[in-house]
Ligand binder design. Structure first.
Ligand code: GLN
Length: 461
């Protein structure tokens, strides 16, 4: 049977033209090559066999390298840059018959939680256009929520897939650190970065993650650990599964409406056989300061390569140093500049021990909290994904306020464990997500919980 990839790709572009383009559009998609996508689709249709992903159009965040579309990372400094090689995640999806239909808008170099930091303008939340879609993978999340594609790739350093998934009412997964190849993912903070997946449903996300996961000889940090079939986790039965409810993720200040949705979600999980237990991850409140030391430190080093010599923008000046200065001053936006300054500061001789080394030590404690709780017989943790629903543009002009958005998500990146956000309901018409966190490389149980969470909402037991 033919996959009808051409029809699906044409539908995606039609939807893009309707909702995304123009001055009133969502602004999810930055770069496309329709002729190339249609040719790729025709090639898929010509194949005799069609797998589950055959002919499925997908979008990829603009920090994932592609050889026929630009990879700008939402930055002026990489405007017009086309990579000479393709990211492994793109190759794997295309080899499975999926068709890349474009690259999505994001916060510059994936730094942000609202998409307001893109050099190419903000992305609007399709549920309420006065609000942010979340970030930094906001374009990928909004394009799935708006029905342009079923599957999109994003990247995660501190919550950049789960938080926008929560704000846009879709599913978003951050796999275990090492689960997915980062070959071709532009580095932000290398000890935290992972490629993540968005889907309209848990099944879409499981399908895409299954295809991109697994060892890649071109990424030495990708783990040689069996992938398994995440879709087989669709049992809708949680008998024997112990779910921890970490008290630090349910502070007394938590919005009561989000708390209520979480309680309902936990009831749904119990109704499917899970046991829910109160647990503690005592170092949780240190995650934001630790993350905002380690991530900028690594970013300041990773972004040193954008100097006007090898990639993208170059602003000529009289000497080499002046050329670096003018290129980087013109090329980087304010948030990226802030992170480079912060990162350079915490790594500098007099402050390394006080900030960077201390942050690494506390990071170890945060990771140990997760190991301890999983060793105590807990299989999954359930938390809200975000402390609020999508906020209005401009509402968080203080960077620290913005950083606090990552309070429930950055911990999983610091510990390297897998986590998924699944819609659990609405607050005043705006979606909220519930998060399930699993042990390292136990995406199978994470998906088992996620399928149950999704069905519990659609068909309460
Ligand atoms: N919001 C976080 C930050 O700004 C997370 C970003 C991410 O996960 N890429 O760093």
């Amino acid at each position: 049977m033919s996959a009808n990839a051409v029809g699906a790709v044409l539908d995606a572009y039609r939807r893009m033209a309707d909702v995304d383009a123009g001055p009133n559009g969502l602004n999810c998609v930055l770069w496309t090559d329709e002729a190339r996508a249609l040719a790729d689709a025709a090639a898929v249709d010509a194949l005799p066999q069609a797998g589950a992903l055959a002919g499925v159009p997908f979008l990829a965040k603009d920090n994932i390298a592609t050889t026929h579309l630009q990879t700008t990372c939402g930055s002026r400094i990489l405007e017009g840059y086309v990579s000479p090689y393709e990211a492994t995640v793109i190759t794997r999806l295309c080899d499975a018959g999926a068709v890349l239909v474009g690259k999505t808008n994001c916060d510059e170099f994936a730094m942000g939680s609202s998409n307001e930091n893109s050099a190419y303008g903000p992305v609007l939340n399709p549920i309420d256009r006065t609000r942010v879609p979340g970030g930094s993978s906001g374009g990928s999340a909004a394009s799935v929520a708006a029905g342009i594609v079923r599957i999109a790739l994003g990247s995660e350093t501190g919550g950049s897939v789960r938080q926008p998934a929560s704000y846009c009412g879709i599913v978003g997964v951050k796999p275990t650190y090492g689960r997915v190849s980062r070959f071709g993912l532009v580095a932000f903070a290398s000890s935290l970065d992972q490629v993540g997946v968005f889907g309209t449903t848990v099944d879409d996300a499981a399908l895409a993650l299954e295809v991109i996961a697994g060892r890649d000889p071109r990424d030495a940090t990708s783990a040689d650990c069996p992938v398994g079939s995440y879709r087989k986790a669709r049992t809708n039965d949680l008998a024997g599964v112990v779910i921890g409810r970490p008290r630090e993720y349910f502070p007394s200040s938590l919005d009561s409406r989000i708390l209520h949705l979480c309680d309902e979600a936990l009831d749904g999980l119990r109704a499917r056989g899970a046991t829910v237990r109160d647990v503690s991850l005592p170092h949780t409140d240190l995650a934001i300061p630790v993350y905002y030391i380690i991530a900028p430190a690594e970013a300041s080093s990773n972004l040193a390569r954008f100097d006007g010599v090898r990639y993208g923008l170059r602003i000529e000046a009289k000497g080499l140093r002046e050329m670096y200065d003018s290129t980087r001053t013109r090329g980087f936006g304010p948030e990226v500049t802030r992170r480079i300054l912060l990162g350079t500061y915490v790594l500098s001789a007099g402050y390394y021990d006080a900030y960077y080394r201390k942050a690494q030590q506390v990071r170890t404690l945060i990771a140990k909290d997760f190991c301890d709780v999983f060793d105590s017989g807990v299989h999954l943790l359930f938390t809200p994904t975000t402390p609020s629903t999508a906020f209005e543009f401009g509402a968080k002009s203080d960077p620290y306020e913005m950083y606090l958005n990552d309070i429930f998500t950055a911990t999983a990146n610091l510990a390297g464990v897998p986590a998924i956000s699944v819609p659990i309901g609405d607050v005043d018409g705006l979606p909220a997500g519930g998060q399930l966190i699993a042990r390292h490389f136990d995406e199978q149980t994470m998906f088992r919980g996620a399928y149950a969470l999704e069905t519990a909402r659609k068909a309460p037991a």
